[in-house]
Each structure stands twice: as structure tokens, then as C-alpha cells.
Write a protein that binds this ligand. Sequence first.
Ligand code: HEM
Length: 477
Amino acid sequence: MDIFTNSPIHPFFFIFAAVFASGLFILNRFFSKRGPQQLPLPPGSMGYPYVGETFQMYSQDPNVFFTSKQSKYGPIFKTHILGCPCVMISSPEAAKFVLVTKSNIFKPTFPASKERMLGRQAIFFHQGDYHSKLRKLVLRAFMPQSLHYIVPQVESLALHALHSWEATHEINTYLEMKTYTFNVALLSIFGKDGAMYGEELKRCYYVLEKGYNSMPVNLPGTLFHKAMKARKELGRIVAKIMAMRREMKHDHNDLLGSFMEDKELTDEQITDNVIGVIFAARDTTASALTWVLKYLRDNPSVLQAVTVSFFLSSEEQEEVAKQMISREKGALSWGDTKMMPVTSRVIQETLRLASILSFTFREAVEDVEYEGYLIPKGWKVLPLFRNIHHNPDIFPDPEKFDPSRFEVAPKANTFMPFGSGTHACPGNELAKVEILVLLHHLTTKYRWSIVGDNNGIQYGPFALPQNGLPIKLSLKK
Ligand code: HEM
């Protein structure tokens, strides 16, 4: 039987349907086989040849550059800065995609000179098994059970810092906070040995940091050259401490102890990571502390709430207060620091508003498709934490300092002061503890005022209150 002649449907229909179906099939094959290479690049502009838009970005506050680009092109856009083509992303979903879901195809990336200076084997530069091993060792040293032990020593560093400021007419908050956070970092890495070698380590580290952002020219007399020499000297000091520990054969609960327990790590790998952790821990936390002091001074009702909370607010705070009164000199415990909800929210809001690390860098290790766009292999990808933290749809009235917004937990991937995913900050608990302990004593015993008209912001590389926030501090009567 001839299906065409007996059918009530016109035979031409079957021919047309067959051609149409095979057309669809071919199109489908074409599109499904089409690699990301055929996709369009994200919207945006690449600026001038080679220099791209570096000048536009650095001639103003970089955050203004990011925000204006975002308003023009949306949450994913391309640009060209510091000699590299980049894709910048500013939605929580895209940040999750790069930092968490597809972290294996977005590798961390730093300029070669910075890797050389900090040490190529430091945790931030790696992925895969070596990175996971280091991360486990670092997390073991900075998990709550390990930090329990050092709270009283962090407290004595905080009290010592406050006493020294009290005796000075005017202090530069950021510089002083850098000393405090450096000492806490040494304590967490070397335990008691940190105090013994503290001055030597400090002297070398300060030379290293001066050269960190200098032109990478390794010739005698240059800052870079001096920094590289200081880097070697730091290595020698760390080696001395390791040799001493090997002789004594004691167990140590600190980061160096955690590294040394792993018998596969070489001394060079340990040294690179010790220096790397000092680098990650110091300026970030000092910057957060400087902003907290500024925001509290600018918002007297919040300062009042923090101060009162340490003495007589909620039930849990009452407990801390009672213990405080019975111990003139302090001796806060880990448990006490977990009962400071008002101050914890102040820290969260500070980290959101100041967004200490405005963004981070990754590099695509292969062509990647995201939301119909191509992110080409070798391009840098920058998740813009600050743009997410300042998005009014996520944080209403984003420029207002309002710790009460954290009474409700923020939605997933919208609050990332410590990053997210495989490289998220392993030192976040330590950072919070050292801020809480210092704020506890500062707000309950001291008052401070900001010197001069201090509403400016400086960048270098973190956003900071102008001139590092000079203040005057005095004991409460
Ligand atoms: C308020 C203070 C701090 C802030 C805002 C901060 C922020 C961050 C951020 C955003 C990252 C992720 C970077 C990325 O994904 O590219 C990170 C990584 C890191 N942070 Fe922190 N951090 C702080 C304090 C600390 C402290 C106190 C330590 C150590 C004691 C520390 C150690 C590290 C390390 C080792 C990494 C690299 C982790 C990895 O690559 O797996 N940070 N930090």
C-alpha cells in the first residue's frame, strides 16, 4: 500500500516534514557540537592596545571603575588591565561558578615577581593535591580547637598594644594595628618562639613589604633587591627555629608544628608557607581593625551599643560581663568571644562595607562558557566582592553602616569577605578573634577621637581611611 496515495494528507506534506526534521537534526548537531569558541565574548571595552584600560582604572578609585562598568554592561563584562584581557563578574551566581563549582578550571594567578618574593610553593599559588595537603595543615592550626589555647595570649598582645597607645599623644591606627596583627600572626605560627625571634622577623619582614609593590628589578640598591635579600634572611630565621624544634623534639600546637608534622614537606615549602601566611594575615586584619575604629567613631549609637553589650545587654553577655568584673586584667576565653553577637555584627558590617579585598584574580585554564558567553583560555577572571557587597538589591542602602542587617543571615554567596570555595580564607576565625578581643578592651576602657578631617580613602592596595586614620586615645575616667 502506497502511504502517499492512500493518505488523506497531501503527499507533499510528508516530503516537507522529512526535510524539515532532518534540517532540525543537522542544526541541532551543529549547535550542540559548537564549542565555546563560537560564543560571543562578554560585553565591554578593551581600551587601547597593550595598556587597555589600566589608566582609566587607576586614575580613579578602582571601585568607581568597576561600578560604572557594571551599570553599563551588566554583571559580566570584559576589559583589559595590567597587560591582561580580563572578564569581571559581579553576581553571586557567577562568583560561585568561578570560585566554587568550577574552581578546577579557574586557577589562582599572581604576577611572577610576587610569587618569587613570597615563595613559589606558598599555598595561594597552587591547586590540586599539593594545595589540599597544605590547606588541611593550615586549617588544623587555625580551627577553633587549636585557637582555644591562644586566646589569653592574643588578649595580652591586645592589652600591651592599648597600653602603649595610651602613652602616646597621637597614633596612626593602621600602622599600630599592623604591629598588633603581625604579633598575633607570629604567635599563631611560632607559638612562644615567635616572641624570641619577633624583632628579627619583624625587621626582615618590613624590608620585604617595602619591596613587594616596587618595580621587580633585582639590581643592588633597588627596593626589590633589598626585599629579596630580606626574604632570604627570613628563610634563615625560620630554618633556625625548625632546627631548634627538631633538637627539642616537643610537640607544638601552632602552624609551624602542623607543617613540621608532615614528613613530606621540605623546609623550603614550609618557609614559603610561613611567609605566605604572615603576608595573608597581617595587612588584611589591620585594615579591618582600622575601618572598625572609623565606623564606630562615626556611628556613636553603634559604639554605645557595642560598649553596653560587653557589660549588661543580653543574657549571654551578662555572663561575659560577670566574668569580666571578676577579672580586672581580662583573661577572656574562646567561649567569651563566641558570646559577643553585637560586636560580631559590627565586624561583619565592617567587612561588607569596607570590602578589604575588593576582588580576587583567577585565570581560565581552558575555554569556558558562562551564561552564553565565552571566557577564553588564559584570560583573567575577577570576582568583584565589593560590587556584590554594595549591590542595593542584596544589601539595601548599601553605603549605610548598619550592623543590624546581619541579624538575619545573608543569602548564600552574597557575603564573601573571606572569599569562597577551595581558596577561602583559612584564617577567618583567628582574624575575628583578634578583632573581638581588641575591641572588647578598647570600647570598655578607652575613648578615642579621629585627628583632622578624615573622610578620604586611600588605596594601596587595600582601601584604607586617609593617612591610616590618625587618632588620639585616652582611658575612660
Ligand atoms: C580580616 C582579615 C582577613 C581577610 C579580609 C581575608 C581575606 C581573604 C580572602 C578573600 C581570601 C581568598 C582569596 C582568593 O580566593 O583569592 C583569603 C585567603 C587566605 N587567607 Fe585570609 N583574610 C584575612 C585574614 C587572614 C588571617 C588572619 C590569616 C592567617 C592567619 C589568613 C590566611 C589566608 C590564607 C593562607 C589564604 C589562602 C588560602 C588558599 O589559597 O587556600 N587570612 N583571605
